[in-house]
Ligand binder design. Structure first.
Ligand code: MG
Length: 388
């Protein structure tokens, strides 16, 4: 059997690492042909040693002498061009699991070169959903497969649609660590409190986004583009147990949902093997171990990120791009600046809201216009954050 050739962008991150684990588990099915990392060179060296790709890259350049002798068999590319090079390397699929807006260019490059994209980067659809979906449509059906667990769940449910019209998408949300807190307590919460996610172990940025529900806000945007539905037909369902990964309500009244343990390997492997299904090697869901499944309506008053997402989708243009950039700046301030320790979660909402107001309506007809909106929003947000 021909192995599918996969390029992994962001291979040392949480998704990239797990993708390589399932690729190893099914090494008769997958061949890793390119690996790129941001700066974790030691981890990347280990991966290159194990998977022997034809190309490897580091976004933060190192001198060639730092590449161990035994790893010089492959082509090394340094700087952000390693992403666009990996995206057009000789392969079948490109797993885009880099964080940030850099993912948009990688996705567009991969699609333009006829590669199937396994999408684990939120920003590509959030900021340039229309450009990405146009490029994917040109390439053909299922040329863009979601890896995000909720969107993968919806995609899996839609396999059972068989022409049954969709009434609405049910996008589940754990509610994060502040689910039961009142509005003021959420606003006053700190970094340490936000980093305690109840169900999923993830990167730091997405953990903060899961506490503010900006993660869900971005996922509403992703779902709108991926599945071509109106934002009003995307219902966020707070489901603290994270057993139902999302679902679809059909017009005939049927609801199809996908359930499982909180293990990203399933959505990752499903995208890699689609339309086939392969075992992940993880523990199966034991329904008898579950105490119960509960559901709550989301509260946009306590979590204004959800309201902002819908407003931005209605506004169109670069509004979603501006929201994303302002949130990224605020979260990075919270996580990495000395002032972050005393910064509150309420400040993130304020900075995003004020940046949206100040940036106003901006065009988003090309990658260049989006990059411009992104830079402008970051400047506004940073200026606001530094004012204290
Ligand atoms: Mg998700």
């Amino acid at each position: 059997m021909n192995r599918r050739k996969i390029a992994v962008l962001g291979s040392t991150g949480s998704i990239g690492t797990q993708a390589l684990e399932v690729a190893k588990l099914h090494e008769d099915r997958f061949e890793i042909v390119a690996l790129t990392a941001y700066s974790s060179k030691e981890n990347l060296f280990e991966q290159v040693r194990l998977f022997r790709p034809r190309m490897a890259g580091l976004v933060i350049p190192v001198p060639l002498e730092e590449i161990p002798e035994d790893l010089r068999f492959c082509q090394w590319v340094f700087g952000s061009e390693c992403l666009t090079q990996a995206a057009q390397t000789d392969c079948d699929d490109v797993l885009v699991s880099v964080v940030g807006m850099v993912g948009l260019e990688s996705v567009l490059t991969a699609l333009a070169h006829g590669k199937r994209v396994l999408l684990a980067n939120k920003e590509a659809l959030v900021t340039g959903g229309h450009l990405v979906m146009d490029a994917a449509a040109k390439l053909g059906e299922n040329s863009l497969l979601p890896v995000d667990s909720e969107h993968s769940a919806i995609f899996q449910c839609l396999q059972g649609a068989q022409g049954n019209p969709v009434e609405k998408l049910l996008l589940t949300c754990s509610g994060g660590p502040f689910r039961t807190w009142d509005r003021q307590a959420v606003r006053n919460a700190t970094r340490a409190q936000a980093l305690k996610h109840p169900n999923w172990v993830m990167g730091q940025k997405i953990t903060i986004d899961s506490a503010t529900l900006f993660n869900k806000a971005l996922e509403i945007m992703e779902a709108k583009w991926l599945f071509g539905v109106d934002e009003k037909d995307i219902q966020v369902v707070v489901h603290p147990q994270s057993v139902i990964h999302s679902g679809v309500q059909f017009r005939d009244g049927a609801v199809i949902a996908q359930l499982g343990t909180p293990d990203m390997k399933l959505p990752i492997l499903y995208a890699m093997s689609y339309p086939e299904r392969l075992p992940t090697g993880g523990a199966a869901l034991d329904l008898f171990q579950l105490a119960g499944l509960t559901f709550e309506k989301p509260d946009p008053d306590r979590f204004p990120s959800l309201r902002m997402a819908r407003e931005c989708l209605k506004a169109g243009g670069a509004a979603c791009c501006v929201l994303n950039a302002a949130n990224e700046e605020a979260v990075s301030h919270l996580l990495y600046s000395p002032a972050g320790e005393t910064m509150t979660i309420g400040k993130i909402y304020d900075v995003v809201e004020e940046t949206l107001q100040q940036a106003g309506s901006l065009p988003a007809n090309s990658l260049e216009e989006l990059l411009h909106a992104d830079r402008l929003a970051r400047n506004i947000a940073r200026e606001r954050l530094n004012r204290g």
